[in-house]
Design a protein. Structure first.
Length: 64
């Protein structure tokens, strides 16, 4: 089995891979990713206001 530090390292690598893939997406414009977000079900909007920090926080949340 993997040691704790090795497993943690793998998680951080996967987080970095997700961030890199997101930032290389074709929806990038002026260095910002275009996200389709929801105010509520059926009430979508487009935002380019998601910061790198917010994106990283979201990725970390998913990997918890």
């Amino acid at each position: 089995t993997q040691g704790v530090s090795s497993a943690a390292s793998d998680v951080y690598k996967r987080q970095d891979d997700v961030l890199a893939a997101t930032k290389s997406d074709k929806k990038m414009e002026d260095g910002r990713v275009k996200f389709v977000l929801l105010h509520a079900i059926g009430d979508a909007y487009i935002s380019r206001e998601v910061s790198d920090e917010m994106l990283s926080d979201g990725i970390r949340y998913v990997f918890q």
